[in-house]
Design a protein around this ligand. Sequence first.
Ligand code: COA
Ligand code: AMP
Length: 630
Amino acid sequence: MAYADLHRRSITDPNGFWMEQAQTIDWITPPSKALFDQKAPLYEWFSDGVVNTCWNALDRHVETGRGDQVAVIHDSPVTDSITKLTYTEMRDQVAALAGAMAAKGVTKGDRVIIYMPMVPEALMAMLACARLGAIHSVVFGGFAAHELAVRIDDAQPKCIIAGSCGIEPGRVVAYKPLLDGAIAEATHKPDFTVILQREALVADLVSGRDYAWTDFVAGATPADCVPVDGAHPAYILYTSGTTGQPKGVIRATGGHLVALQWTMKNIYNVDPGDVFWAASDVGWVVGHSYICYAPLVAGNTTIVFEGKPVGTPDAGTFWRVISEHGVKSFFTAPTAFRAVKREDPKGEYVTKYDLSCLKQVYLAGERADPDTIRWAEDQLNVPVIDHWWQTETGWPMAANPVGVELMPVKLGSPAVAMPGYDIHVLDEGGHPVAAGDLGAIAAKLPLPPGTLPNLWNAEARFRKSYLEQFPGYYATGDAGYMDEDGYVYIMARTDDVINVAGHRLSTGAMEEVLASHPDVAECAVIGISDDLKGQLPLGFLCLNKGADRAAADVVKECVKLVRDQIGPVAAFKLAVVVERLPKTRSGKILRGTMVSIADGKAFKMPATIDDPAILDEITQALQSLGYAQP
Ligand code: COA
Ligand code: AMP
């Protein structure tokens, strides 16, 4: 079936469409239907099916003869090592870890936090939770202790599985002190932790609470797969919202399996046995869906890459990995390609490797600028597919479904709606706008399987954040337009979320940290354009009257405060002290106007501005940092 028919059917006959797809999954009890809409506008999929994710990701492949196929390749330029694990090895190690966890009391529904670098054990920890029906919450290694503590208090984990350290180019990041700090700060205390001791840094363990991974699993009785309902939460993944309290996105088990399985052939164009590589991190949704679950559920070989696009050791790393492991489909973020392009604009490294295995490349996480796409197409000679999705959806909302039909590529657009996504562009009153007109991008409810059914412990916030603005629709938080052929164009966020190097960050969360500095009376953080990272956060600080401090000292302390509280991933390095912030007469800070000034873009003086003269001060402050150039 070609794309248009397939998409139409997914909208007009969701039960029929998704029940057919559900047949690709091994169910213990098959679901009687796909959509459960009794609690609309909250929806569930495959709720009365009984299933286990780990079985579908590992055991079933061993049972059907793929046991000796490599499931996971750990390619780690930072430790100069390559390790391969077959499906049988993965199943056995995951069953042992799950058995050890079960022996310590972890059961179905318990939460487990995972705080690990890019090692295969991170996938084993996720899959061991899935095996037991425990709900994991992976926290990205670039977050600091406080962010980890916030997640511990919200998820209330029985156990935490962590690495002793992560390895960033040029430095070893000790995770264990961050974990200890987070546990000390959090009100909730886990019963125990399991620490993967890495050679680069062996952590001190707290007797009776912390167990070294190898001791923990030694002699464990392997655990069987525990049956769970289709609606059972597979995991919680926290993502940035408007405030410092992150949103705990829930992923339900049945829909997750069905939707991810559908994407591997139809979007990523890989068959069982093919090598698929998403160069992301398990701490992000891309890592959950496309490093861990989808490639394994679909019987592919997945790559866990512990390195960076440049500097580990050079701008040819991506091409080396693709060529060495025979990658057929490769997924990365535009910022990673911009980093490679900056170091190797002519693609001299590309010519050093045989890339004939590579058939297509996928970009997501932020807007893919046409220059970067063109550069990649020229270098690699394969389709470079922009596709658009979010932590909330877990899989692409819009893409070019290469495995169904390669649609014409339109630069600047992540192409067309994927099955079950009925996308509309709405004005402020919730009315559809004409093709080509800007508006808020929303998807008519229900969203397809695999998307968030709710937020952990926060149903009111779920309804308010996503469902109440446009009744009957899910508000994506993105703004943009659709053309007459149904191609979507994502232009900006409608909230305080910014996108730094493909990482989603909350300016509101940074403002909360800055406001806690004793000398800061008021502050605002905006996202300014950056050639490499897409956006960078920049803070404006108004100091308390009588704060007798050098501005440079306060700026330095504020930069450190954000790094300590949120983490290095925030990349908060720019701040400036100003007398006042530009506001409307009702007191709303004019962040959008400040972004335009910083980026040197023309802007209309807001009619409601309280005192236009403040904009001159803001311009001067930004110019002192090298921005706001006409
Ligand atoms: N653990 C600890 N620290 C981490 C970390 C981790 N897992 N990941 C990043 N950090 C640190 C970095 O070391 C850096 O610290 P620094 O301020 O001391 O230099 C900081 O967080 C910012 O990291 P990052 O934004 O990654 O910047 P970078 O300069 O190290 O690298 C890029 C720039 C573009 C190469 C890099 O951001 C990149 O590869 N981005 C792709 C992102 C991606 O794949 N996103 C997934 C969405 S699909
Ligand atoms: P995250 O939840 O971290 O995956 O971030 C999701 C957000 O990243 C989206 O809401 C968009 O704002 C942005 N995003 C992701 N993919 C794209 C894309 N292909 N084009 C433009 N923006 C994107």
